[in-house]
Design a protein around this ligand. Structure first.
Ligand SMILES: [Zn+2]
Length: 512
């Protein structure tokens, strides 16, 4: 992509100095921003950064610069500028016949833009907008496209999100919504994990000690043993988990109020704290959900999902939220959990599993290393979830916490042990089996005794979670369906449907 800038210099060799100077100035000034960002965060610039910058007010931005600007960054900028400038000073016209200049220019254009676009649009038969999206994606890492594409993507996803929010605003509220336990104060914490298969947690019987913290307090937890997710992908799963939509009624996502709407309607002050990316094309729906809340804290600015970002990012914002004096608080925490790339999910001190110990002998060296990384990520996730629980427990309030993972993950778990990750087209149980844990504080139990121990073996899909949540926190309304709440006496076992509901004939029982 950067080679493209050679084309004008090749075609107009006599003006090489001035052309390269002008192009250089543009690239240099945009690179200063992304270089500065890299100095602070050790990360590439992205549309998520722009989203966060435009979301926070200017006072915060100047505080931000004061806090992060370090004197050595001036040296980095000076070095960066000096190298570019001294290269430019040495530029001389390229001695090339016009014929070769044109041929080289065409070659550069063909290989950077022409061929990839032809491949997407003609050979792979993608739509024109999709082909252009792909092209933008390839351009993004190069200057000055990081800024330009970041901004274009930001505007585009923002427009999509605002349209979704407008639609959500126009929905009629839930009818007859009331709090069953009167007006008692309550702090509710909903922790949504990521890509964690419960069968890799020692809390659920895994033979490696991957959840020592939660196991220690097992007696305080209701650990549900047969909960599954409806879809193996974050957005698709959470669209059902956080709304009235389910596998049989996928369209209710946008036509009925969400769980977030419900909590606001019930008078809660609502918080959304996330360590997931925000305004990427994939995550627009999630960001829309977050915007249905009162306060948002976006802790992840990465351009790529596969970048290093630890979940301890959320501790600070949670501490702040817990200090809020609002009588009714509802806090959603969205973790990166054990999402690929597993190595990037935990700090070095959590690298506990390093060899083939406690693993069956059929795994290859490569597989063992991947499983070890995953188990280390599960171990770190145990630390994070336990820490969140400790934070809310220490407040000694009337509080409740629910933790589950959005979906599972197959880390060579299913025979013949060659599947890594998730694939809805070739589903395995490991992609759907999730941890599901409820914790209730002493004060909570004193005012609302809920004996969950008899419900732990119920087969349940998180697609009906909104009913369980309403039941747990004591909300009633006409749309509430007790048969879909895992903690209700009137619960009815339903088929655990998996597959894409929009593809005809793909829905099936997980057991199959
Ligand atoms: Zn996910």
């Amino acid at each position: 992509m950067s080679l493209i800038w050679l084309i004008p210099v090749l075609l107009f060799p006599k003006k090489a100095k001035i052309i390269s100077g002008v192009i250089g100035l543009v690239l240099w000034s945009s690179s200063l921003i992304t270089l500065g960002y890299f100095c602070i965060y050790k990360q590439e610039f992205s549309q998520s950064v722009l989203f966060i910058i435009f979301e926070s007010n200017t006072a915060e931005s100047s505080e931000f610069i004061a806090q992060y600007f370090k004197w050595w960054m001036l040296l980095v900028f000076a070095g960066h500028t000096f190298i570019a400038f001294s290269l430019w000073k040495r530029i001389e016209p390229i001695e090339l016949s016009t014929k070769y200049a044109v041929i080289f220019s065409l070659l550069i254009f063909t290989f950077s833009i022409g061929l990839p676009t032809y491949k997407d649009f003609v050979i792979k038969d993608k739509s024109w907008p999709d082909s252009m999206d792909k092209l933008q994606l390839r351009m993004e890492p190069a200057e000055p496209w990081q800024l330009v594409m970041g901004y274009i993507q930001y505007r585009k996803q923002l427009a999509n999100m605002n349209a979704l929010l407008e639609q959500n605003d126009s929905l009629p509220p839930l009818s007859g919504l009331k709090q069953k336990n009167g007006d008692l104060p309550s702090t509710l914490l909903l922790v949504i994990g990521e890509s964690t298969n419960r069968n890799h947690m020692s809390l659920y019987g895994y033979n490696r000690e991957t959840s020592p913290n939660l196991k220690k307090i097992k007696g305080e937890l209701a650990v549900f043993k047969k909960v599954v997710s409806p879809r193996p992908y974050t957005i698709e799963a959470l669209e059902q988990v956080l709304t009235f939509a389910d596998q049989e009624n996928p369209d209710l996502v946008m036509t009925k109020p969400s769980l977030m709407n419900m909590m606001k309607q019930a008078g809660y002050k609502t918080y959304w704290i996330t360590n997931q990316q925000t305004l990427t094309k994939r995550n627009t729906m999630l960001t829309t959900f977050s915007k249905q809340m009162d306060i948002q804290k976006y802790m992840n600015n990465s351009r790529a999902q596969n970048s290093r970002e630890y979940d301890e990012n959320v501790f600070g914002p949670l501490e702040e939220a817990l200090k809020d004096i609002a009588k009714h608080k509802f806090i959603v925490i969205h973790l990166l959990g054990t999402h690929m790339k597993y190595d990037y999910r935990y700090p070095p001190e959590f690298e506990k599993f390093k060899d083939a110990k406690d693993l069956p002998s059929h795994f290859t060296e490569m597989q063992i290393s991947t499983i070890n990384s995953y188990d280390n990520a599960v171990l770190y996730n145990d630390f994070v979830v336990n820490k969140l629980l400790t934070m809310i427990k220490d407040k000694n309030e009337r509080s409740l916490m629910v933790y589950f993972s959005d979906h599972g993950e197959d880390v060579y778990d299913t025979p013949p042990h060659d599947m890594l990750g998730r694939n809805e087209g070739k589903p395995t149980a490991a992609m759907y089996t999730v941890p599901f844990i409820v914790w209730q504080s002493e004060k909570w139990q004193a005012s609302r005794r809920l004996d969950l121990s008899k419900f732990l073996n119920r087969p349940y899909s998180t697609s009906h979670f909104i009913h369980t949540w309403a039941d747990l926190v004591g909300l009633d309304f006409s749309e509430f369906d007790a048969s879909k709440s895992i903690v209700n006496e009137s619960f009815k076992e339903k088929p655990l449907l998996v597959g894409d509901p929009k593809v005809k004939g793909q829905l099936r029982e997980l057991k199959q």
